[in-house]
Design a binder for this molecule. Structure first.
Ligand code: DQA
Length: 164
């Protein structure tokens, strides 16, 4: 890594273009109910509060974010397709669609955007049907089990760029 790359990553800009890293956060079904939904599993933080924390952390790291939620599989697929050429990263909590949606997996595979799968809970420590993620194999990596901090860790991964 040369000095230019190191400087770019330290100030949170894309090392090639020197523009801010652009991250699209997508949230799947029922995440609009966070705060009151099964708080023993998902905590009491609302999605609006998570969005606020994501905005603050992104601003500090020099990243630009857009934050969306939908209960519709097709709408999430559309947003992934439209992200092509507009975002450097997708961070997705696909919620229940993680375990069921070949359409989301195919959309992620179709666009050339590195994608991070995130979950509030540790899906591997829960019911067996949650252990399988249909999107994991087409994602760069997975972050699960850290509550709202899973979202913030994903930003760190996006801006740090080169882990090898
Ligand atoms: C979740 C885990 C999923 O299994 C579940 O269907 C969700 C939330 C999480 O963030 O822990 O809705 O994605």
């Amino acid at each position: 890594m040369n000095a230019l790359w190191i400087l770019a990553l330290e100030v949170g800009v894309h090392p090639i273009s020197f523009s801010p890293v652009k991250i699209l956060f997508l949230n799947g079904p029922n995440l609009n109910l966070l705060g009151t939904r099964e708080p023993e599993k998902y905590g009491r933080t609302t999605l609006a509060e998570i969005e606020q924390r994501v905005s603050e952390r992104s601003a500090r790291l020099g990243a630009e974010v857009e934050f969306r939620q939908s209960n519709q599989e097709g709408e999430l697929v559309g947003w992934i397709q439209q992200a092509n050429g507009k975002f450097d990263w997708i961070v997705i909590n696909a919620a229940a669609y993680t375990h069921t949606s070949i359409a989301l997996r195919d959309a992620i595979a179709a666009v050339q955007i590195p994608t991070i799968e995130i979950h509030l809970s540790n899906i591997h420590a829960r019911e067996e049907f949650r252990h399988k993620s249909l999107i994991a194999a087409v994602c760069t990596g997975q972050i699960a089990g850290f509550g709202p901090t899973s979202y913030l860790l994903a930003i760190e991964a996006c801006v740090s760029g080169n882990w090898l």
